[in-house]
Design a protein around this ligand. Structure first.
Ligand SMILES: [Zn+2]
Length: 409
């Protein structure tokens, strides 16, 4: 028993029938030529654009939906961290799980079938939030591939790396998949990078660090990571890399080449960077990394949504099409490239097998009611269908009524 998706428009503009068999795409045929599936599901995708499902390579599901619990004044990274401490002290495990599930449901409905979330495991929380997210990962295993990054944030006054190492190890024992942290916030960022690389290498798990989340061009922890990454023997991702966007062009090209050589993937996070960065000084820097220079150097780049409705970003829609739109406006990517950064490229950074409407690929697909990639990014239509491993897991309909909608397609 298979599934047949009829009359779907691909990103190339071609209209096709797509046969799914089990968790893979069996065939992509010219529209109207696929034989009916007697016992299977058949869906007419006329008016829909069909492509690889979105993947969210960088979320903070332990923090999401806490914006209304804090005083949002300030708006710098330091302000957000201070405000978040107060949230943390009051958050119960049930609260963390409920907010994380709500955010994941939105991400899935938007078309994301894989999500990597960074989760705090520092002095205030220990492994509590990790355990909560591990429980959520089990509860929602049929809907989404959830990767959990054990994230050590800013150090406390008496913190030592011996303590951090113990916390990261405990988080991995509790079920985290990836080692993370924010070395630029440490008293000694270079030592922090070294420690995080060592923990990941020892455990044999990927490393995904918040790197250089500042517009100060003299901060270049990324270069140190590029020196250490090749010996780690595990996949390494650098998220943010904001300062790279503030360096002069010659230096950017040099660093981008080092990052490519070290096989480090970079995740750009326009929403939170636009909100938190460039609050002081003039002219205002917008805080995105150097996406074009990294791409030109051959670095694997993807884009994520980062914080949503928390002290680090009071807005956000849990929709990769919002991230894609910001990449066009703030990152000067064309719509095709922006689309790629939130679909196939994002899956690649997460180490997932290729998916999409191609024979043999995993049947993780999103259909958006739009005529083209440009229209999908511009209008972010709510009407979507989402398949994970060949199963339809979400279908969102929009009910327009009233005379204003007469004559609509
Ligand atoms: Zn982040």
């Amino acid at each position: 028993m298979g599934t047949l998706l009829r009359h779907a428009r691909l990103v190339t503009g071609e209209v096709v029938d797509v046969q799914l068999d089990g968790d893979v795409v069996a065939a992509v045929l010219p529209a109207g030529t696929a034989p009916a599936v007697p016992d299977g599901q058949q869906l007419d995708l006329s008016g829909y654009l069909l492509d690889t499902a979105f993947a969210e390579p960088h979320a903070h599901l332990d923090k999401v939906f806490t914006a209304d619990r804090v005083d949002a004044r300030g708006g710098t990274l330091q302000d957000a961290m201070t405000q978040y401490e107060a949230v943390l002290r009051a958050a119960t495990d049930a609260d963390v799980q409920q907010r994380a599930r709500r955010a994941l449901r939105s991400l899935v409905a938007s078309g994301s079938t894989a999500v990597r979330t960074h989760v705090g495991c520092g002095r205030l929380l220990g492994v509590r939030a990790i355990e909560s997210l591990v429980a959520v990962r089990e509860q929602m295993a049929d809907l989404v591939d959830l990767q959990i990054v054990a994230h050590i944030g800013g150090p406390g006054p008496e913190e030592t790396w011996r303590q951090h190492r113990r916390r990261l190890a405990a988080a991995l024992d509790a079920g985290a998949d990836v080692v993370g942290g924010n070395p630029a916030l440490d008293r000694d960022p270079s030592a922090a990078v070294q420690e995080c690389v060592a923990v990941a290498a020892e455990a044999g798990v990927p490393l995904d660090l918040h790197i250089d989340e500042t517009t100060d061009p003299s901060v270049a922890t990324l270069r140190h990571l590029a020196q250490l990454a090749p010996q780690a023997g595990v996949p390494v991702t650098a998220s943010h890399c904001v300062s790279l966007g503030a360096m002069d062009a010659g230096l950017v090209a040099e660093v981008a080449a080092e990052v490519a050589e070290a096989n480090i993937a970079v995740v750009t996070l326009p929403a939170t960077n636009l909100y938190l960065q460039g609050r002081s000084g003039w002219p205002r820097l917008r805080g995105l990394t150097a996406v074009d220079a990294l791409t030109a150097a051959g670095v694997q780049v993807a884009a994520g949504g980062d914080n949503v409705r928390d002290p680090f970003n009071p807005v956000g829609r849990l929709d990769p099409l919002e991230t894609a739109s910001l990449l066009v406006l703030a990152g000067h990517q064309d719509t095709a490239r922006a689309w790629q950064l939130v679909t196939g490229a994002a899956r690649g950074v997460l180490g997932l097998p290729p998916a999409g409407p191609a024979a043999g690929a995993r049947a993780d697909l999103v259909a958006v009611r739009a005529d083209s990639v440009g229209e999908a990014i511009a209008l972010a239509p709510g009407e979507r269908m989402v398949w994970r491993a060949g199963q339809l897991i979400s279908r969102t309909a929009v009910d327009h009524s009233g005379p204003a909608h007469e004559g609509e397609r």
